[in-house]
Design a protein around this ligand. Structure first.
Ligand code: NAD
Length: 497
């Protein structure tokens, strides 16, 4: 049994609140260890340590700060295999998928290494007589990130790498369901030369989150998780005057036009719908074929592909996907399937009875496919976050476009077509933050930014990319005038140029 505490002041420390939670090995269903749940006092201690360390870190020149990240990348690469294994065993995803989780975090660390350039301000010579004007970006101080279970390496790195590169100190509150990897990443940052106190990990639940939201010395909060909590975090942190952006849940649609290559579309749907057991905020959970014939052609390709899916333990290199994260979540997903049946959707493939020989206590379920789902059904409106794909038949392109745009979530979407006009129209008009054309999971690369629309995001700036530099810095603008440009006598009117 592993006991995980917190990472405060540059080292692992035991929890002192007397509260802890179990976390599991989803592939076998066993308890893997316990994780401490921080009290408000423990969070406060981490913030005080961070606040004490931050000014000296901010005073280091940006190239030196970037060098710590360069060394961190070397260390992460050396430990890639063991990090991926730890991640897979705590989360349940397969090892190749866990490697992707780490790599997409590394991408953002690589972006953050450009901080000497990214933080540069602007300068105008001669803005008036002997007047020059310049702007600079300065770190905020202590900032915090609250992250979900489904990407325990990638999303912490999305948050702390740009924040720390900009000269901030960081408090990370990762998910209590898979806490091992975030702790190890913090240790590697210290090994890479990060001063103690600049990256702290406080494990915990609502108590720790509320302490972060209320702490007077935390200047900004980034959150990723379900929409209800995202909205709560946004409201509470914003009323306390913090800069805040929160990324929430999703219901990502893939529109399949009649001219699409149906085999390509079916392959894309299988990977995007069932990869990582559907526990991705960019997973496709709704297929929208346009026209009855398109729907029939698509479904006749989907069903045999689903029947051939290989579900296995996270350590099986040939598994397409592994177990869900907890027994409780598994039950919730199965309950949604039951709701769909009662609502009148046609369950074409039912994976609820799936059991894996030798792993009967693991949190597995097979893939499910619903046809003739309609927009009033709960299985269409709500995020399920499991291996459940719904087909909603649209009679026209306009109906498909409106369906996607009207949904309350707006994280990602895709259109599969060979028609450039349709693709261009869709990309331009659809009310969703990230769009793929023949790309089922259009996660932007690290030098763009990631963020949905509508109830998939609360706040203004996206995460990673140039927006992350804006989020983790404040702008100061300086106007200078030298004596040679100053006229004699007091001036009372607003200057005009
Ligand atoms: P979650 O909302 O349960 O938890 C997210 C974080 O909030 C965790 O750190 C958790 O400890 C904390 N938390 C949980 N309950 C809380 C409460 N009542 N008060 C305060 N804090 C609380 O989400 P999850 O199940 O870990 O992750 C899955 C969700 O995250 C899905 O909805 C998925 O779509 C979403 N997600 C979104 C994005 C995105 O960028 N939009 C990316 C990944 C995941």
């Amino acid at each position: 049994m592993v006991e995980i505490g917190h990472f405060i002041g540059g080292r692992r420390v035991a929890g002192r609140s007397g509260r802890s939670a179990e976390f599991f090995k989803p592939m076998t269903g066993e308890v893997q260890g316990t994780v401490a749940l921080a009290s408000a006092e423990e969070v406060r201690q981490a913030v005080l340590d961070a606040a004490a360390a931050q000014p000296a870190w901010a005073a280091q020149n940006p190239q030196r700060r970037a060098r710590v990240l360069i060394r961190f990348l070397d260390l992460v690469r050396k430990e890639f295999d063991s990090l991926a294994e730890m991640l897979a065993l705590e989360h349940g995803k397969t090892i190749p998928d866990a490697r992707g989780d780490i790599q997409r975090g590394i991408d953002v660390v690589e972006f953050a290494i450009g901080v000497p350039h990214l933080m540069k301000g602007e300068f105008t010579e001669g803005a008036g007589p002997a007047i020059d004007m310049y702007s600079m970006r300065q770190p905020l101080g202590v900032v915090a990130g609250i992250t979900p279970f489904n990407f325990p390496a990638m999303i912490p790195m999305w948050k702390f790498a740009p924040a720390i590169a900009c000269g901030n100190a960081f408090i990370l509150k990762p998910s209590e369901r898979d806490p091992g990897v975030p702790m190890r990443l913090a240790e590697l940052m210290i090994e890479a030369g990060l001063p103690a106190g600049i990256l702290n990990v406080v494990n915990g639940d609502k108590v720790a989150v509320d302490a972060i939201l209320d702490d007077p010395d935390i200047r900004a909060v980034g959150f990723v998780g379900s929409s209800a909590i995202a909205e709560y975090v946004y409201g509470r942190a914003a009323t306390r005057g913090k800069r805040v952006h929160c990324f929430g849940g999703a219901k990502n649609h893939m529109v399949i036009m009649p001219d699409a290559d149906m085999d390509q579309a079916a392959d894309a749907l299988i990977g995007a719908g069932y990869g990582s057991a559907g526990e991705r905020c960019m997973a496709v959970s709704v297929a929208v074929p346009v026209g009855e014939r398109t729907a029939d052609r698509l479904i006749e390709r989907l069903v045999p592909r689903i029947e051939n899916l290989k579900i296995g333990p996270s350590t099986d290199p040939d598994a397409d996907f592994g177990p869900l994260v907890t027994r409780q979540h598994l039950q919730k997903v199965k309950d949604y399937v039951e709701i769909g049946v009662k609502e009148g959707a046609e369950l074409l493939v039912d994976g609820r009875g799936f059991s894996l020989q030798g792993y009967e206590n693991g949190f597995y379920m097979g893939a499910c496919l619903f046809d003739r789902v309609t927009r009033d059904m709960r299985i269409y409106r709500e995020e399920i976050f499991g291996p459940v794909l719904s087909v909603v038949r649209a009679q026209s392109y306009d109906e498909a476009l409106a369906l996607v745009s009207d949904h309350e979530y707006g994280n990602g979407t895709a259109i599969f077509t060979r028609d450039g006009d349709a693709a261009r129209d869709f990309a331009s008009k659809v009310q969703v933050g990230m769009v793929g054309v023949n790309v089922p999971i259009p996660v932007p690369l690290a030098y763009y930014t990631f963020g949905g629309w509508k109830r998939s995001a609360f706040g203004d700036l996206n995460q990673y990319g140039p927006d992350s530099i804006r989020f983790y810095t404040k702008t100061k603008t300086v106007t200078t005038r030298w004596p040679s440009g100053i006229r004699k006598g007091a001036e009372f009117a607003m200057p005009t140029s």
